[in-house]
Design a protein around this ligand. Structure first.
Ligand code: HAM
Length: 420
């Protein structure tokens, strides 16, 4: 029989590398937990309409990349391609916004699905940790989120990333700009597809990576010059707060995100060691999304950081995370009676909070010691019949190779003391 393989564009997280993913998720979550964000978890699939309305009918995510399907019961669902629409839906459904305590701050961690062309850093199943602050319009909140992502990356030891910042305007000034841009684009010699895009979402044309298009875009009107006074003042305040917080950023007036719900502040974290899939995270303000999915006006802001790409960024910078040892003590029983005795010791160690493991399967000394080495344990506990008859176990220091007998009854204490 052929062995099954993970589907195209997906991969498994396997020890020891999987520990890095857990550590990255933890590092991103820690500053959020410390800043008033509560954990939220939503289903892996939603009504397809939520994403169509929320993320936008004209986006690649909705038109090309969604895993949409009809259930046997006739419901039209989609695997979630992103988290913001779901989290806002959940907050509205639970009436969190009515608690009188705005903004509602939530963080999440999970799997997302996009039917994209797979390449390094771009997968069909990937993982994000995200944060959403719902129901407040305050430049300090936008800044808080950017500062927390920066803090998370720095806590991992990353330094090769840059923060790109832009404002996409609001419902007052963006339509005016949109028209000006469309007027400009109509005068260009564009292919059919791009002309169509200019009709539905002209801002996305600015993001075209093709040299032939880029050349034509020189001189295109910039949103920066069309922002209304309120948007300008808001953006300036975010920039000043970031500067005061000591978080460097680059103004990037061509930054357009791949989701339609953004207004005002938008940003992306890019890493220079990742090649074409350089965005390790991104986000922004989405003041109109709640109304688009049937809720009240709830100006909000958030981001999601890609866990897969963050791990690639760590590798690109050659950063080895200092991960806690998965096994500190490895017990090697030689014989039945020793297995019972050491099983009790290992149980005692674990209850005392020491990471311990036992050699299973009745292996001989040589192969059991190989397992002990492979486990990365600092100490091995070896016991045979003769040791038990004397009421001891042999405690072996795996670094120095030194071995001393320890009374069976005090092995847990002795190891606990040595491992502090
Ligand atoms: P996004 O920019 O689409 O934003 O995704 C955020 C991050 O997820 C990206 O920067 C990237 O690191 C990772 N990512 C996206 N697609 C893939 C993929 N195919 N393979 C690997 N990694 C990927 C959002 O999803 C918004 N919901 C962010 C947000 C939250 N905006 C406001 N609140």
């Amino acid at each position: 029989m052929t062995i099954f393989q993970a589907p195209k564009g997906t991969y498994d997280l396997i020890p020891p590398d999987s520990a890095k993913y857990l550590a990255v998720r933890e590092a991103i979550a820690a500053p959020l937990r410390n800043s008033g964000y509560g954990y939220v978890e939503t289903p892996g699939f939603e009504n397809v309409e939520l994403f169509a309305r929320g993320v936008g009918e004209s986006t690649d995510i909705v038109t090309k990349e969604m895993y949409a399907f009809e259930t046997k019961g006739g419901d039209r669902l989609a695997l979630r391609p992103e988290g913001t629409a779901s989290v806002l839906r959940a907050a509205l459904e639970a009436s969190l916004h009515k608690s009188g305590n705005l903004p509602v701050k939530l963080w999440y961690s999970g799997s997302y699905y996009r039917y994209e062309r797979p390449q390094k850093g771009r997968y069909r199943h990937f993982s994000q940790v995200g944060a959403e602050a719902i129901g407040a319009e305050d430049p300090a909140l936008d800044t808080e989120l950017i500062v927390l992502a920066d803090q998370a990356y720095r806590s991992l030891g990353l330094s090769g990333f840059r923060i790109l910042l832009n404002s996409l305007g609001d419902k007052e000034c963006r339509p005016v700009y949109r028209e000006a841009l469309q007027g400009f684009l109509r005068g260009l010699d564009l292919d059919e597809d791009t002309r169509h895009r200019a009709g539905v979402n002209p801002l996305r044309v600015l993001d075209d990576k093709r040299e032939s298009v880029r050349k034509q875009l020189v001189g295109a009107p910039l949103l920066r010059d069309h922002l209304c006074d309120a948007c300008k003042a808001y953006h300036e305040e975010v920039r000043e707060l970031l500067t005061a917080a000591g978080v460097p950023f680059e103004d990037d007036e061509k930054l357009v995100r791949g989701l339609d719900y953004y207004t005002r502040t938008t940003f992306e974290f890019v890493h220079d060691g990742l090649g074409s899939q350089s965005a390790v995270g991104g986000g922004g303000r989405y003041d109109g999304l709640s109304e688009m999915i049937g809720g009240p006006a709830l100006p909000s802001v958030g981001w999601a950081l890609g866990v897969d790409r963050t791990v690639l960024a760590l590798e690109a910078e050659g950063i080895e995370l200092r991960l806690p040892a998965s096994t500190s003590v490895f017990a090697v029983p030689l014989g039945e009676e020793a297995r019972r005795a050491l099983f009790a010791v290992v149980t005692g160690l674990r209850r005392a909070g020491v990471a311990a493991d036992l050699c299973y399967g009745g292996k001989g000394l040589k192969s059991a010691m190989k397992s002990a080495h492979r486990s990365g344990a600092r100490y091995a506990l070896v016991a045979g019949e003769r040791d038990l008859a004397e009421g001891v176990v042999q405690l072996k220091d795996m670094e120095s190779g030194e071995q001393v007998p320890v009374a069976l009854g005090s092995a847990v204490e002795e190891l606990g003391a040595r491992l502090v």
